[in-house]
Design a protein around this ligand. Structure first.
Ligand code: AMP
Length: 190
C-alpha cells in the first residue's frame, strides 16, 4: 500500500515521475492538472470555471477541487494506494487533505519534493509547449509556487513525511532516486 504526494515546482518532472511510479505500483496517478485539462477540453462546468485561472497561471479556487479529490480518493481503485500529483498546492488544500484522509481512515506515507533550480525549470517549461507554458504564465506559476506551494515543504517536514529528491538529473536517474526515497518512507499503518 503506497500513498504519496508529489511536491515540486512546475517543470520539476512530477507528472513524468508520478506516472512511472504509479504504473510500477499499479495504483492510480491522480493529477489535478490533468483533470482540469480534460475538463477544459470537454467544456464541463468545472472546465469553464477553471479556464481563466489556468490560463493566467493562477491556482483555481479550492472549492473546485476539494469535492473532486474527496470523491476520487473514495473510489475503489484508490483503496489500494494512490499518487497525488499537483495536489495539495497550498496550505488550505494540505489541511483539507489531512482531514479528508482522517475521515477516510487513510494515511499519507510520504511527500516527495522534487528539487530543480529555477533556470532549469524555465528551460524545461519553454521546451514543453503546453498551452500555459508561455513566458508570462511560467513566471506567474513559479511565483505562485514560491508563495503558495513552497510552505508545504515545512508543513510535511513537521509531520516527518518529507523526502527530498534531486530532480536535476536525467529522467532515469530521477526515477531511481524517487524509488529509493519511496523505499525509505515509513510504511503505512493500514
Ligand atoms: P499542473 O499540470 O499541475 O502544472 O497544473 C496546471 C494548472 O492547473 C495550474 O497552473 C493551476 O492553474 C491548475 N491547478 C492544478 N492543480 C491545482 C491545485 N491543486 N490547486 C489549484 N489549481 C491547480
Amino acid at each position: 500500500m503506497t500513498r504519496l504526494i508529489f511536491l515540486g515546482p512546475p517543470g520539476a518532472g512530477k507528472g513524468t515521475q508520478a506516472k512511472i511510479l504509479a504504473d510500477n505500483l499499479a495504483i492510480p496517478h491522480i493529477s489535478t492538472g490533468d483533470i482540469l485539462r480534460s475538463a477544459m477540453a470537454a467544456q464541463t462546468t468545472l472546465g469553464q470555471k477553471a479556464q481563466s485561472y489556468y490560463d493566467k497561471g493562477d491556482l483555481v479556487p479550492d472549492d473546485l477541487l476539494h469535492d473532486l479529490i474527496g470523491e476520487r480518493l473514495s473510489q475503489s481503485d484508490a483503496q489500494k494506494g494512490w499518487i497525488l500529483d499537483g495536489f495539495p498546492r497550498k496550505l488550505s488544500q494540505a489541511s483539507f487533505l489531512e482531514e479528508l484522509l482522517q475521515e477516510l481512515s487513510q494515511q499519507c506515507d510520504c511527500a516527495l519534493n522534487l528539487e530543480v533550480p529555477d533556470e532549469v525549470l524555465i528551460i524545461r517549461l519553454l521546451g514543453r509547449g503546453r498551452q500555459d507554458d508561455n513566458k508570462d504564465t511560467i513566471r506567474r506559476r513559479l511565483e505562485v509556487y514560491r508563495q503558495e506551494t513552497e510552505p508545504l515543504i515545512v508543513f510535511y517536514g513537521e509531520r516527518s513525511l518529507l523526502k527530498t529528491v534531486n530532480g536535476d538529473q536525467s529522467p532515469e536517474e530521477v526515477t531511481e532516486s524517487v524509488k529509493q526515497a519511496v523505499d525509505s518512507c515509513k510504511p503505512s499503518c493500514s
